[in-house]
Design a protein around this ligand. Structure first.
Ligand code: ASP
Ligand code: MG
Length: 272
């Protein structure tokens, strides 16, 4: 049995129908015999909308209040996702970053993860339930909520996967993985089946918006395999692996079903 951490970005949980679809996918993974912990982003443009509201009231909002506000986005998606999982016949507990044991420094808006102590997440998994964790957030030594910086849920997912010693961290987005170029511009662009952390870091640094730089650095440090893939298909995406690790050792990679039956592949993400 594998332990799989799945992260769903804002574009994968943009509305209630998407949440239902994601819940179904999580349940499928669980019913194949895997333990599953999920990290979720805020729905669609929620974070941007909250920032706009804050700025309309105060052009220099206090960092503490801003983080209090923004952590609410992920609480909405995590609890709705848990409810949808119950409605489809499995049990799930959702956790804020603090409840899931994400301890950070005190830098509001750009906090660094200092430690992850996922006791409650583990307990939930050991009870045969699905654990759902709010991405992008933690708690500092003063007991205040913090956020990790825009796009921080990817880092939350890898950090949780490392703390749980998971077999793979799957990052679900609205594109089919990492491509050799933007297929809208270069029609011959192909999906890269697997890539090293080093190459992925170069891609991230050169502006490829697939994964946050900090998330890839974190994965390299803990040698956590990442699978970037689309939540809109079951095709394999791109594996980001430590040197010498064989792609066949990674669980739940999916299958290349004939194109005709699947939505067209996309490579330009709407994710932030
Ligand atoms: N919701 C946060 C953002 O939009 C975190 C994330 O999506 O990773 O930046
Ligand atoms: Mg987001």
């Amino acid at each position: 049995m594998a332990l799989i951490v799945q992260k769903y970005g804002g574009s994968s949980v943009a509305d209630v129908d998407s949440i239902k679809r994601v819940a179904r996918r999580i349940i499928e993974t669980k019913r194949k015999g895997n333990d599953v912990a999920v990290v979720v982003s805020a729905m669609g443009d929620t974070t941007d909308d909250l920032i706009d509201q804050a700025m309309s009231l105060n052009s220099r909002p206090p960092g503490r209040e801003m983080d209090m506000l923004l952590t609410a986005g992920e609480r909405i998606s995590m609890s709705l996702l848990a409810m949808s999982i119950y409605a489809q016949g499995e049990s799930a507990n959702s956790f804020t970053g603090a409840q899931a044991g994400f301890m950070t420094d005190t830098k509001f808006g750009a906090a660094h993860i200092r430690a992850v102590k996922p006791d409650r997440v583990l307990k939930t998994i050991n009870q045969g339930k699905i654990a759902i964790v709010a991405g992008f957030q933690g708690i500092n030594s003063d007991g205040d909520s913090t956020t990790l910086g825009r796009g921080g849920s990817d880092t939350s997912a890898v950090a949780l996967a490392a703390a749980l010693n998971a077999d793979v961290c799957e990052i679900y987005t609205d594109v089919d993985g990492v491509f050799t170029a933007d297929p809208r511009i270069v029609p011959t662009a192909r999906r890269i089946p697997s890539v090293s952390y080093e190459s992925m870091l170069e891609l991230a640094a050169s502006g490829a918006k697939i994964l946050a730089l900090r998330c890839v650095e974190y994965a390299r440090r803990f040698e956590m395999p990442i699978h970037v893939r689309s939540s809109f298909s079951s095709r394999p995406g791109t594996l980001i692996l430590p040197e010498g690790v064989d792609t066949s050792s990674i669980p739940n990679v999916g299958t290349d079903t004939p194109r005709a039956a699947m939505p067209a592949p996309r490579a330009a993400s709407n994710e932030r």
